[in-house]
Design a binder for this molecule. Structure first.
Ligand code: BES
Ligand code: ZN
Ligand code: ZN
Length: 491
């Protein structure tokens, strides 16, 4: 799908179909030419409503407001509504919110995210036929937008949304087609394309690095584990950001086997790692002036004679001993070692980890929202804010000393599950905090994406399947760190 920006008014642009986003519920705007027809069709401009007037080649889409989140969703709905048609090109005006041009970025993201469909395993493909979108800078509110500023926004939107779709593709791929070695190859291929360096650790190096908990989780699988390390290192970067992702290419639960119903969709347990790959792709393509490292622990959690067991005690890379009481709490074990490795390799200013870590996060905050944890409330707040600005839902969950006591072990330094059935997202986060060193303690935030990573019933700009959760929030956050840093330099 390609985008073209023009200062020509809509009337002078030729395209198969015009998309008109209507925010005003009374249809009173001067640009709504088909008031009578729309009334007849019962179109009331509500969010998620669409009305295609085929004979006029006009598609009307409702939105609750001009806020980015609503416009993104409206653009996604427009593309979905056109899916069955033969239209190949669209023209659309730009909508600014009181002069704020972020709606343009949101609209372009909405078109790209909404057109996504995963059809690898379908014999008959039904992909969106829309190939070309012309954006007219004719603005309904009478404001004029600078074409250079607009084209930069379109460029950023394309990179961010394409990276999100890249992450979605990895997550949607089945466990037998995307196992750790495949994930490592995907990372290598992507790194080559966008100019990142990529280093892959295989079992021999993992043993050398004493990543014994990760190796234990991986042991019963015929697919050997990998740790991926991607680096974006621009000249004169003032800040370093480290990203760590849980890449469980399948989570059967291990010997503490998941019940049948809970095992379905566990190909999505690689969502955190896949998000890290998507973020790294975007960071490289945007060429952000920040050093960014992405680490992924790619592992499959299976059963077998060789499997790690409840009752085992494992030694993590930082020397801490872990009593295993449930092999389904494997993500935190993999992350423990990868967090230690990442901190050993890079002394970062910010450390973020992404993981579909707990069902408890979904219970706590629902299917749409990521839980943001850590020792630093300000940093949690920053992640929540950037997530919202980027069109993702996120909320902070607070650690506390009482819950911390529930992961104490009688026989080891820490236990891999809590002794209470409540607060499981937080106790998992507090388990991870045991593997964050003193220097990084206040620089770290843990992002549990178990809720939004995989969508069973389509919502907003997300079709069924992987959503790419984490990508947009983190690209926005790193982008803003880069901007702030530039301002500081200017002062
Ligand atoms: N990958 C799961 C968490 C998960 C559940 C992600 C649902 C997405 C949707 C994780 O490895 C897991 O199994 N966690 C257990 C932890 C428990 C044994 C303490 C859980 O959440 O039940
Ligand atoms: Zn598990
Ligand atoms: Zn898991």
């Amino acid at each position: 799908m390609n985008f073209e920006l023009t200062v020509l008014p809509l009337a002078e642009i030729s395209a198969n179909v015009e998309v008109i986003i209507v925010v005003d519920s009374k249809l009173k705007h001067h640009f709504v030419q088909d008031k009578k027809l729309l009334k007849k069709a019962g179109f009331a401009c509500g969010q998620d409503e669409t009305c295609l007037l085929v004979e006029k080649n006009r598609l009307y889409v409702g939105a609750s407001s001009l806020k980015s989140a609503d416009i993104r969703r409206a653009a996604a709905n427009a593309i979905k509504a056109l899916k069955g048609t033969k239209y190949k090109s669209i023209k659309v005006a730009t909508y600014t919110n009181n002069g704020c041009t972020y709606t343009l970025r949101a609209m372009v993201e909405g078109f790209i995210l909404g057109s996504y469909s995963f059809e690898t395993y379908k014999s008959k493909k039904n992909e969106s036929k829309i190939k070309h979108i012309t954006l007219s800078l004719e603005e309904y509110n009478g404001l004029s937008i600078d074409i250079e500023k607009a084209s930069l926004l379109v460029h950023k939107a394309q990179i961010t949304a394409d990276a999100t779709n890249f992450t979605r593709d990895i997550v949607n791929t089945t466990p037998d087609d995307c196992y750790p070695d495949v994930m490592a190859s995907i990372a290598e291929g992507m790194a080559e394309d966008v100019g990142l360096t990529c280093h892959i650790l295989k079992p021999k190096q993992l043993r050398k690095e004493k990543m014994e908990t990760l190796l234990a989780v991986a042991r019963a699988s015929r697919h050997k584990p990998r740790v991926i390390h991607l680096t974006h290192k621009p000249k004169n970067a003032k800040l370093k950001v480290t990203l760590v992702g849980k890449g469980l290419t399948y989570d059967s639960g291990g010997l503490s086997l998941k019940p049948a119903d809970y095992m379905v969709t566990m190909k999505s347990d690689k969502s955190g790692g896949s998000a890290v790959l998507g973020i790294m792709k975007a960071v490289a393509e945007l060429d952000l002036p920040i050093e960014v490292h992405g680490f992924v622990g790619a592992v499959e959690n299976m059963i077998g004679g060789d499997a790690y067991k409840p009752d085992d005690v494992l030694v993590a890379k930082n020397g801490k001993t872990i009593e295993i009481r449930n092999t389904d709490a494997e993500g935190r074990l993999v992350l423990a070692d990868v967090l230690c490795y990442a901190q050993q390799e890079v002394k970062a200013d910010y450390l973020f980890d992404f993981a579909t870590l707990t069902g408890a996060s979904v219970v706590a905050v629902g299917h749409y929202t990521s839980s943001i944890m850590g020792n630093n409330k300000e940093l949690q707040g920053l992640v929540v804010k950037e997530a919202h600005d980027a069109g993702e839902f996120a909320t902070a969950l607070d650690f506390n000393n009482y819950l911390k006591k529930t992961i104490k072990s009688e026989i080891a330094d820490v236990c891999n599950i809590s002794n209470t059935r409540y607060g499981g997202a937080i106790t998992a986060g507090q388990f991870l905090s045991e593997f964050v060193d003193k220097k990084h303690a206040d620089k770290w935030a843990h992002i549990d994406i178990a809720g939004p990573a995989f969508v069973e019933h389509a919502w907003g700009e997300n079709p069924h399947g992987a959503s790419g959760a984490g990508v947009r929030m983190m690209v926005k956050l790193i982008e803003n760190l880069a901007n702030e840093n530039n301002h500081k330099k200017e002062k």
